[in-house]
Write a protein that binds this ligand. Structure first.
Ligand SMILES: [Zn+2]
Length: 121
């Protein structure tokens, strides 16, 4: 499975104070953002899917106005709703994942000793 690179496209990196490794006190600690990346990717997929589904539902109504109207409605609706839904879903998912990273997962990884730890250990 290839990595979905949505992290920097929806909100960017948060400025964070870098903690020190609780094991070796090294400042060379990196954030893994596991849940945040996962949440952003899932959110984008769900948001895009939801947006497209909403656009297609609107298109069914559009058929009542004739095939040309439906075609225009589908094209514009899918593109716009997909983009808006994807961006909103990505942002929401990233925010949710960020909270999970901070509170639940071992989000920090020491580059010197490889020790993984949480922000609120
Ligand atoms: Zn360490």
């Amino acid at each position: 499975m290839h990595e979905v690179l949505l992290d920097d496209e929806c909100g960017g990196e948060l400025i964070e104070l870098t903690p020190r490794c609780p094991k070796c006190r090294s400042p060379r600690v990196e954030s893994r953002h596991l849940a945040r990346r996962f949440g952003g990717a899932i959110g984008a997929i769900v948001g895009t899917t939801g947006g497209v589904a909403a656009a297609l539902a609107g298109a069914e109504i559009g058929f009542l106005g004739g095939p040309i109207g439906a075609l225009l409605g589908v094209t514009a609706g899918v593109v716009i709703d997909g983009i808006v839904g994807g961006a909103a879903g990505c942002a929401a998912g990233s925010r949710l994942g960020d909270g999970i990273d901070r509170n639940i997962l071992h989000n920090r990884l020491c580059r010197d000793c490889g020790h993984a730890f949480s922000d609120r250990a």
